[in-house]
Design a protein around this ligand. Structure first.
Ligand SMILES: Cc1cc2nc3c(=O)[nH]c(=O)nc-3n(C[C@H](O)[C@H](O)[C@H](O)COP(=O)(O)OP(=O)(O)OC[C@H]3O[C@@H](n4cnc5c(N)ncnc54)[C@H](O)[C@@H]3O)c2cc1C
Length: 407
């Protein structure tokens, strides 16, 4: 068994932010004050939301240039931390479609310890901070972030977390699978940053595991053949359906939601080019795009047959491939023995998950000492990386205070 003071689960943008501060990269203000020393409980008691306070420091009012922030980072002693994750640095951005674009500007995806402006400068890139950014550039940025801040030696990837237990002495035991071998780790402080989609949703219909069915989409070249059925209705399935349609495929797009809900998403997303394109496709009533609203798949059969129900009628079609993109859920099963409380966070499109109830000054669970929720998984975070990154300072600050590692 390998023991560390802190184990962070997940090498996505959420986990990387905490790791950077634990590695010793602390934010200072212009007067030389270490901002991790702020009494966040005091802020909270005085009606200031601590996460909002740090976000304001990272992203000051719009009258300052994009990419500038009020933090100066200086290196201090590192804490004994590691990350365990199945992906390398960058989290789910390793697996999104090859041409995927973000919904918000590059600046919103930045982690403050290594501003994207600096990344541009170091690598002679010209990423426009006010524009959306593509997967390739964003993933490169997260990878450079972990190289530049010397995090890589402490990121153990290819580790699939399979269970977590709390021991009587208060430490956590984490079991992972690495190349099919079971490994055991323990730690005093556990940061849960496994992301919003660590369990893929399943349709739960017969035949879901047949070999023409795919649970993710990367690029059109992976799908030879003409006819493709896509099941979903959210942004990921919209992306796949459109890209394949524009690559001359014949698409059947099956979704449970009503037409007006899908059209509302398209209408409200016209600031994104691919939703402008959706408007065009639907307005032109394109022949190779059949969208079936209020429909559900009943079963998949051999010989590439898909049976679905639409308008109280059962129909069967044939497709070369099926792509199921129906989202995911945070894997709280891993914490099921800990009696945690959750907060339901739902909006029409993006926030559809349970968040762990946490103290707002530290993001430590209200139920389990030394367990921290990170990223969207903490109650009190907002949308996008800009909405959760500031929470990393609450977590790292609290842990560093407990470890007596704040100068
Ligand atoms: C297609 C798409 C587009 C998006 N666009 C945007 C956008 O424009 N702006 C924005 O801010 N956000 C966007 N997001 C949301 C995205 O969730 C965040 O950008 C960000 O990646 C979340 O960071 P995270 O670190 O919390 O989680 P993740 O990035 O999900 O990282 C968590 C990591 O933990 C790993 N993991 C999970 N379970 C286990 C396990 N059992 N064992 C080991 N490892 C595990 C995951 O595989 C992952 O690598 C988008 C998401 C998708 C899918």
């Amino acid at each position: 068994m390998s023991h560390h003071e802190v184990i962070i689960l997940g090498a996505g943008p959420a986990g990387l932010g905490v790791a950077a501060s634990l590695e010793g990269w602390h934010p200072y203000d212009n007067n030389g004050k270490n901002l991790l020393n702020i009494n966040t409980k005091h802020l909270s008691d005085n009606g200031v939301r601590p996460i909002a306070h740090f976000r304001e420091l990272h992203h000051p009012e719009d009258n300052t240039p994009y990419g500038s922030n009020k933090f100066n980072f200086k290196k201090n002693r590192r804490a004994d931390w590691i990350i365990l994750s199945d992906d390398a640095a960058g989290g789910l951005w390793n697996n999104v479609p090859a041409n995927q674009l973000t919904l918000g500007p590059a600046n919103w995806m930045e982690l403050s310890h290594y501003p994207m402006k600096q990344y541009n400068c170091d690598n002679k890139n010209d990423i426009n901070l006010k524009e959306i950014i593509n997967k390739k550039n964003l993933l490169n940025y997260y990878k450079k972030f972990s190289t530049k801040l010397k995090l890589n030696d402490h990121i153990y990837n290819n580790h699939k977390i399979i269970s977590i237990q709390k021991k009587q002495n208060g430490d956590f035991t984490i079991y992972s699978k690495f190349k099919n071998i079971k490994r055991e780790f323990s730690c005093r402080y556990l940061v849960f940053a496994l992301g919003p989609k660590s369990i893929k949703r399943q349709l739960g219909v017969p035949g879901e595991n047949l070999d023409y069915i795919n649970n993710s989409y990367t690029k059109p070249q992976d799908f030879p053949g003409k006819n493709i059925t896509i099941i979903g209705g959210g942004r990921s399935s919209d992306w796949a359906a459109q890209e394949l349609f524009d690559n001359k495929k014949n698409i059947t797009y099956i979704m449970r939601q009503k037409k007006e809900n899908h059209l509302r998403l398209i209408r409200e997303s016209q600031f994104l080019n691919y939703y402008k394109r959706w408007h065009e496709i639907i307005s032109n009533k394109e022949r190779n795009m059949t969208i079936l609203y209020e429909s559900k798949v009943i079963r998949f059969s051999k010989n590439n047959q898909i049976t679905y129900e639409n308008n109280y009628k059962t129909q069967t079609i044939k497709s070369d491939h099926v792509i199921i993109e129906i989202g995911g859920l945070p894997n709280y099963n891993l914490l099921k023995n800990l009696n945690l409380e959750f907060h339901e966070k739902y909006d029409n499109y993006r926030f559809q998950l349970l968040q762990m109830k946490v103290h707002q000054h530290s993001f430590e669970s209200i139920n389990v000492e030394n367990l921290y929720a990170c990223g969207y998984l903490a109650q009190g975070t907002g949308l996008s990386v800009i909405g959760f990154h500031a929470g990393s300072f609450l977590i790292s600050g609290d842990i560093l205070k407990k470890l007596n590692l704040l100068p």
